[in-house]
Design a protein. Structure first.
Length: 183
């Protein structure tokens, strides 16, 4: 964020788009290492950047937009393992709390909750040794996924949320999943 302000002179929009998957482990099988790494990247990172951005928005320009890239895993309980699911639910909570707390100060915060998107998230460290029991449980609902989405489809929603066209949209967690969660 500091670099963006240094290069562009200001910060109008923050998009928190870092995230890693777990290995589909249910809570009894989650290692401390996995829990801490997933929480640090998926929750702590967005928390610290959001806090910094809000301070900047309040001090310098009295307005701003924050977009968190959460997941349908933050809306549902069976799209990944316990660590990932918990982290994305936490990001949904951070989104809603931030939206409400700064709603009268011209700061909006929303989340995009993608379904299966064609990315390289499956190449992460924890995905190299999948928990077979957890994967079998989550895979039981995958047949309802109509198709994999594209990053450009998520970017289009982000562009809309960043624009004045969504000036009255605040605190929303929008599933962008081709209808997967509608089942």
């Amino acid at each position: 964020m500091t670099k963006a302000i240094e290069v562009f002179g200001n910060l109008d929009i923050l998009i928190n788009n870092a995230g890693i998957m777990d290995d589909f482990s249910p809570v009894s099988d989650v290692s401390d290492e996995m829990w801490e790494k997933v929480m640090n990247i998926n929750v702590n990172g967005p928390f610290y950047t959001t806090r910094s951005a809000v301070k900047h928005f309040l001090k310098l320009q009295k307005a701003g937009v924050i977009i968190n890239i959460a997941s349908i895993g933050g809306l549902c309980g069976a799209r990944a393992g316990a660590a990932y699911t918990t982290s994305k639910h936490a990001l949904v909570g951070l989104t809603k709390n931030t939206a409400f707390m700064y709603s009268t100060q011209n700061i909006r915060c929303n989340a995009i909750c993608p379904g299966g998107i064609e990315t390289d998230i499956a190449s992460g460290d924890f995905m190299k040794n999948i928990n077979k029991k957890g994967m079998a449980m989550t895979a039981s609902g995958m047949g309802a996924n109509p198709r994999m989405g594209l990053g450009t489809e998520i970017a289009a929603v982000a562009a809309m949320l960043a624009s004045d066209a969504s000036s009255y949209v605040n605190g929303q967690c929008i599933a962008v999943d081709g209808g997967f969660t509608a089942y």
